[in-house]
Design a protein around this ligand. Structure first.
Ligand SMILES: *Cc1c(COP(=O)(O)O)cnc(C)c1O
Length: 357
């Protein structure tokens, strides 16, 4: 019988069928969890820091969805750090003001250590980004940004960067490959915090890079192997199990987010709703300021006051509680990671909390 060609399948089917073991009578349907630090000599892998077949099952599935070769890392930040390692010493990075605060943090740190310099831009201002590209080594993009939910013109930015030999990275954590495939838009490398939507259950930390460029893949692989920021096999196994339902979770979460964004726009306690009509993160700015934002965080009962996003459960957080968060993020901004609960329960809880403020 002919092998199944995954490139003929839609994303939903790839999520369900990806990374399965070969079909042999009596074999397992789910990928085995391979817990071994070393492997019998003369095989493909050798040692557990170089590779692991449970990682590969996850990497093949994610890589297939993004249209490139994936590498799993110990966390999203480990994958971010691997991408930043592509910048030569003394090089220049163009990065959004409102990149994920850990990404902003590592760029700040390396800048203080004079390893590289950073030009910070409003990523939604295409002209400003383009004029910052001259002589740069790497363009970092996020769209939508976290937590301001600004949208970048990715195809234009990637095309111009490519013509100037600037390597481009796109953090696709918020959109997931189901809503946006940055490699098809012209990015060199996609980076993920698989901690979020990809795994989807707030029970592990994991990161990934994906690229079509063999030379970049080899450098990222070398950084992972020598830097040692490798994932545990259990994390990749759980992440792949979570990915099986990514399309279902995301569909419900996005529908809930769009519904809530519409209702929040009408709410008198809400001065501004930031929702880019994609994804399941909504940021709101409260008329009552920082104090009202803090009260709402504590008043909710269905929503959980916690950082992070992309899990089945809805999370709420005033972002400026983090010292690393840029001061251009309003004090009264509350980020909502909308989950897959019943939308009426989510609304009643949020409405009660907002109205009590
Ligand atoms: C959470 C997050 C990261 C960092 O990932 P970790 O898995 O927490 O290390 C990077 N980028 C974005 C957009 C994130 O939300």
């Amino acid at each position: 019988m002919a092998e199944l060609d995954p490139t003929t399948l839609t994303a939903a089917t790839r999520l369900v069928t990806g990374g399965r073991p070969d079909r042999v009578p009596g074999g397992s349907v789910s990928p085995p969890l391979e817990l071994s630090s070393t492997f019998i000599a003369d095989g493909e892998v050798g040692y557990g820091r170089n590779g692991n077949r449970t990682w590969t099952a996850f990497e093949d599935t994610l890589g297939g969805l993004e249209g490139g070769r994936a590498l799993a890392f110990a966390s999203g930040m480990a994958a971010v750090a691997a991408c930043v390692s592509l910048v030569p010493t003394g090089g220049t990075v163009v990065a959004p003001f409102h990149a994920y605060n850990g990404t902003g943090g590592i760029l700040d740190l390396y800048e203080r250590e004079q390893r590289l310099s950073v030009r910070r831009v409003d990523i939604s201002d295409t002209d400003a980004v383009l004029s910052a590209l001259d002589g740069a080594d790497l363009l970092w993009t996020e769209s939508p940004t976290n937590p301001m939910l600004e949208i970048a013109d990715l195809p234009t930015l990637f095309a111009r960067a490519r013509s100037r030999d600037v390597v481009t990275v796109c953090d696709n954590t918020f959109a997931t490959p189901l809503l946006q495939q940055p490699l098809d838009l012209g990015a060199d490398v996609v980076v993920h915090s698989a901690t979020k939507y990809i795994s989807g259950h707030s029970d592990l930390l994991l990161g990934a890079t994906v690229t079509r460029d063999d030379a970049l893949h080899a450098r990222l692989y070398e950084h992972r192997t020598l830097g040692g920021a490798v994932p545990g096999p259990m994390e990749t196994w759980l992440a792949l199990r979570g990915m099986r339902t990514l399309h279902l979770r995301l569909e419900r979460a996005c529908a809930n987010a769009a519904d809530l964004a519409g209702r929040l726009r009408e709410h008198q306690a809400v001065a501004r709703v930031r929702y880019p009509d994609m994804g399941a993160v909504v940021s709101i700015e409260l008329t009552g300021g920082k104090e009202a934002a803090e009260r709402v965080e504590h008043a909710v009962r269905v929503w959980t006051p916690a950082t992070s996003l992309g899990g089945v459960e809805s999370l709420i957080e005033r972002r400026r509680r983090h010292p690393l968060e840029p001061s251009t993020v309003p004090e009264e901004l509350v980020r909502l990671s909308v989950g897959v609960e019943d939308v009426e329960d989510l609304w009643r809880d949020l409405d009660d909390a907002l109205s009590a403020g």
